[in-house]
Design a protein around this ligand. Structure first.
Ligand SMILES: C[S@@+](CC[C@H](N)C(=O)[O-])C[C@H]1O[C@@H](n2cnc3c(N)ncnc32)[C@H](O)[C@@H]1O
Length: 283
């Protein structure tokens, strides 16, 4: 009896602790944003403002390792990408580099990948890379069409897609910027088919000596280079700050399970500087 009571107390303390931690990890809050609507607007404006320099800075600051991460993420979903009729969404697609990696693994004549983002300046640059329908139907003789993607201007928290309509949702370095992580996971679950897969590529903070060395670069050198090239202070301070506030891999996996996913897993990339979360919407 006594043992059960003490178990209940321990459980209550644990639940309270989990609740408090999850509350602090509700979602992105750029400096000065008072609520979710303000935070979403600040995030959108920030990405629109850095869109012209985004690709240059991305490749420079990651020494091109970002390309390996996008390719590795796409390969993880090889079987679903290889099916021509799979319905696939790259959400928070930005300037479209993950979309391009996905397209490389799509067969000719496949259904187009959907690529969505709410920052028009980012999306426009993506759309210029990942193709248009004109390219698909050009020429008088019909040849098997090259895989392409369709750009959709949309908010990840309110997707203009039918429930249960997708086989795969992937996102690279976008999830951290959502103003409500739990709402994002719920919305992704809504539009996935039972058995549909989710992949979230995100930065993380490695531990140990390497982690400390990386933190020096990430928190001090990276914002300075970003400031120099893009001429603005905010965005490249926001990057390390938002990674620092992002839930740990354990908390993130717990959040995914609580949102109703199964087979939740995390695969660290490059000593844990980044990593891929994967999960499945159950049948
Ligand atoms: C760091 S960029 C990543 C872009 C791209 N996926 C990549 O790997 O380079 C984050 C992107 O997420 C988008 N984003 C953030 N919150 C969003 C939301 N609620 N709905 C749609 N897009 C969002 C931003 O506009 C931005 O383009």
């Amino acid at each position: 009896m006594e043992e059960r009571a003490s178990c209940r107390i321990v459980r209550a303390i644990f639940d309270f602790d989990e609740g408090t931690r999850n509350m602090s990890a509700t979602g992105a809050r750029p400096a000065g944003a008072a609520d979710e609507a303000g935070a979403a607007q600040a995030v959108r404006q920030m990405f629109d403002s850095i869109a012209p320099r985004y690709d240059l800075l991305n490749h420079l600051l990651s020494a091109n390792v970002d390309r390996l991460w996008w390719r590795r993420t796409a390969r993880r979903f090889g079987p679903v990408l290889a099916r021509p009729d799979s319905a696939i969404l790259d959400i928070c697609c930005g300037t479209g580099d993950l979309t391009m990696a996905l397209l490389k693994l799509r067969p000719k004549d496949a259904k187009p990948v959907l690529a969505a983002d709410f920052a028009r300046g980012m999306l426009r640059r993506g759309a210029a890379k990942f193709g248009t329908r004109q390219r698909r139907i050009s020429g008088s003789e019909r040849k098997p069409a090259e895989p392409y993607a369709v750009a959709i201007e949309a908010d990840a928290l309110h997707l203009p897609l039918a429930s249960g309509s997708l086989d795969l949702i992937v996102t690279a370095f976008g999830f951290r910027n959502l103003v409500n992580y739990e709402a994002g996971l719920r919305e992704f679950r809504r539009v996935l088919r039972p058995g549909g897969q989710l992949g979230i590529l995100e930065f993380s903070e490695p531990e140990g000596l390497l982690g400390r060395a990386y933190a020096l670069y990430f928190r001090h050198l990276l914002p300075a280079i970003g400031r120099l090239i893009c001429g603005k202070d905010g965005p490249y301070n926001y990057l390390p700050a938002s990674v620092g506030k992002f839930p740990s891999s354990g908390e993130m996996l717990q959040m995914m399970r609580s949102a109703g996913y199964v087979e939740c897993a995390w695969q660290p990339y490059t000593f844990g500087i980044a990593g891929l979360y994967t999960a499945v919407r159950p049948f």
